[in-house]
Ligand binder design. Structure first.
Ligand code: DX5
Ligand code: ZN
Length: 214
């Protein structure tokens, strides 16, 4: 399992400490960018993305929880974002053009959905995006409880990806910890985001390694 720790619940007064820790052991660093409109919270913006980008060598996985995400693609690409996901709820009928725009900038593109969006809505984008980001909590806050129906949704999506012979990856985000990562791995998940499970652990590096072993 690839692991992308999120810094959403990091100690922002000492961000360097958590960022360096993540850089030393994880596969990606997950950046949760919120606008207070698509989701009921505001996290951080470009100055933080830039500072983190300058401090890490692992790829940056930016999760845009904003309306009109296309507005920010080139800025994020310039800041060194490698993987960029945005929500189907935000792009609607403009989703295909948004995917093309992000790809043109050289980023790996992911399409995200909240738990109340039918997973079948992603089927037509199989093979068109590099990965899907399946929310296992409602986007907006770290530290929420994993929604178990996610397992069924992921299995359905994985089956359809296999049926189409595509190589689209699946990333799951929200409430992931040692109790559900094994089931996620068996359901065909490639990448998990883990915020509080890693950052509130007494030994964050060992926690990342344990998730990777799933
Ligand atoms: C929620 C974010 C998640 C979250 C993960 O809106 O997209 O990335 O921070 O944190 P945990 O693992 O604490 O749910
Ligand atoms: Zn996220």
């Amino acid at each position: 399992m690839k692991v992308a720790p999120s810094i959403l619940t990091a100690d922002f007064l000492h961000l360097e400490k958590d960022v360096k820790m993540i850089d030393s052991c994880a596969d990606y660093l997950h950046l949760d960018i919120m606008d207070g409109t698509l989701v009921p919270n505001i996290s951080f913006g470009f100055p933080v993305v830039e500072a983190v980008s300058n401090a890490v060598s692992i790829p940056l996985d930016a999760h845009l929880m904003v309306v009109n995400p296309q507005k920010w693609f080139s800025r994020l690409a310039e800041l060194g974002v490698d993987m960029l996901s945005f929500h189907l709820e935000a792009t609607g009928w403009k989703t295909s053009s948004a995917i093309r725009a992000a790809k043109k900038l050289g980023m790996k593109v992911g399409l995200a959905i909240n738990p109340d969006v039918p997973v079948e809505k992603l089927f037509k984008y199989i093979g068109k995006v590099d990965f899907f980001l399946i929310m296992s909590v409602f986007a907006g806050f770290g530290g929420q409880k994993f929604i178990y129906e996610t397992i069924d949704r992921v299995s359905k999506l994985r089956a359809e990806i296999v049926r189409k012979g595509a190589s689209t990856l699946i990333e799951v985000d929200g409430g992931v910890d040692s109790t559900n990562v094994g089931t996620l791995a068996r359901s065909g998940v490639d990448i998990v985001v883990a915020g509080s499970a890693v950052l509130s652990s007494p030994d964050p590096i060992a926690t990342v390694r344990a998730l990777q072993a799933a």
